[in-house]
Design a protein around this ligand. Sequence first.
Ligand code: OFO
Length: 177
Amino acid sequence: MKDLVRQKLSIHVEVMDMLNKQIEKEAHSSSAYLAMASWCDHNALSYSAQFFYDQSLEERGHMMKIFRFVNDNGGTAYSPEVKNVIHDFKSLEEIYETALDQEISITQSIHNIVQKCRKLNDFTTENFLQWFVKEQMEEEQMMRRALELFDLMGTDGLGLKLLDERIPQIRESNLPD
Ligand code: OFO
């Protein structure tokens, strides 16, 4: 029965493998943001902590979106193992820099899958991934905006506290219309 279902895959099998890798990456992003939230909480940076708690949940949402898409289209999604989550950071600035690097790498990964879809004429998945292309652009912008605050407000004492208080505005300006 399962084999019959798999023959009806509307996504290309090579693309399905890439989507399973993407599921792992989204799960890793979710855990990485959770570790950042914890660091911020322990350092009394409560607005950044909330920001990363929310990001962590969003990343889990992305993972589930891909997970369901694979299964709904006759493929098999695999529940990911998450390893190598970093918990030690030198500063809040380093956290946002790491977050931006992570988003850039996820963007690249999504673009690679889109490229593969085009090569293999997998229009179903290419269409599905358009939401992620836009989402990645917005998330990169959000992290860049957070990093700009460090140049404006500095990285010590009161400046850092005030910067932290500005973080919710960055998220709000990124919410969908
Ligand atoms: Fe999954 O949204 Fe960015 O990483």
